[in-house]
Design a protein around this ligand. Structure first.
Ligand code: ADP
Ligand code: MG
Length: 243
């Protein structure tokens, strides 16, 4: 479903991604772990070209885009195959919960309002927010806001869901409700890439775990391999926090 080939990213002279190769199968849940500054967010953002890779190829489903020859149309098409959930929710503050979920359907997909509303309500039910449809983001807890963020990403039926530290902005007591929602989404057969610092969650939910440091994938394997038999010394040190 996702295939990254030799992705490099420079910010000016800083070499942030150093030749990332990664394949994610349909329905697979893959978590990306690694210290702060290792390039995890940049990698996610290069997949949907929120950041343009300096070189390399991104393939999602049947769309293949080479960073050095990408057209605007290629990028729009690739991006429409992905849904992204951000650390800071990124909701429209002057839109209600329902409007935040509907807007992608009416403006991007050009679905009529009645249909869009029906679909949005179904999705909001899946994330447990039917009792908050007319609330504005400021009237919600962080956990509820992030569940709107997840509903919004789901609304467009993307082939791939990308989560960038979806619980890092939340007060500790709100983390679990969001993790439970992501877990539910994972069991629904979605293809997901999740950057997270929640090691126990990653261990539970992931078909595969990737450990990144300094722009390179140091190690990858099943949760069992990474947590019980890490090969790299750096992986060992990093995951020792979880036990
Ligand atoms: P992580 O998500 O693993 O913490 P990032 O991908 O955010 O890492 O950042 C990797 C490196 O790239 C860091 O050194 C960061 O300062 C740098 N970086 C990230 N985004 C930008 C940007 N928009 N402009 C310049 N440098 C950036
Ligand atoms: Mg990050």
């Amino acid at each position: 479903m996702i295939k990254l080939e030799n992705i490099h990213k420079y910010y000016d002279k800083q070499h942030v991604l150093k030749g990332i190769n990664l394949t994610v199968d349909k329905g697979e849940v893959v978590s990306i772990l690694g210290p702060s500054g290792s390039g995890k967010s940049t990698l996610l953002r290069c997949i949907n070209f929120l950041e343009q890779p300096t070189s390399g190829t991104v393939e999602i489903s049947d769309k293949r885009v080479d960073a050095e020859s990408a057209s605007k149309a290629d990028i729009i098409s690739l991006r429409s195959s992905t849904g992204m959930v951000f650390q800071q929710y990124n909701l429209f503050k002057n839109f209600t919960v329902l409007q935040n979920v509907m807007v992608g359907l009416t403006s991007v997909k050009r679905i009529n309002k009645v249909e869009a509303q029906k679909k949005s309500m179904e999705i909001l039910e899946r994330v447990g927010l039917t009792n908050r449809l007319s609330h504005y983001p400021a009237q919600l807890s962080g956990g509820q806001q992030q569940r709107v963020g997840i509903a919004r990403a789901l609304a467009l039926n993307p082939e791939v869901l990308l989560f960038d530290e979806p619980t890092s902005s939340l007060d500790p007591e709100l983390v679990d409700e969001v993790l439970a929602t992501i877990k539910k989404v994972a069991t629904e057969g979605n293809t997901m890439l999740i950057v997270t610092h929640e090691l126990n969650f990653a261990r539970e939910i992931s078909d595969r775990i990737i450990f990144m440091e300094d722009g390179v994938i140091i190690e990858e394997g099943t949760a069992e391999q990474i947590f019980n038999h890490p090969k790299a010394e750096r992986t060992k040190q990093f995951i020792s926090r979880a036990i």
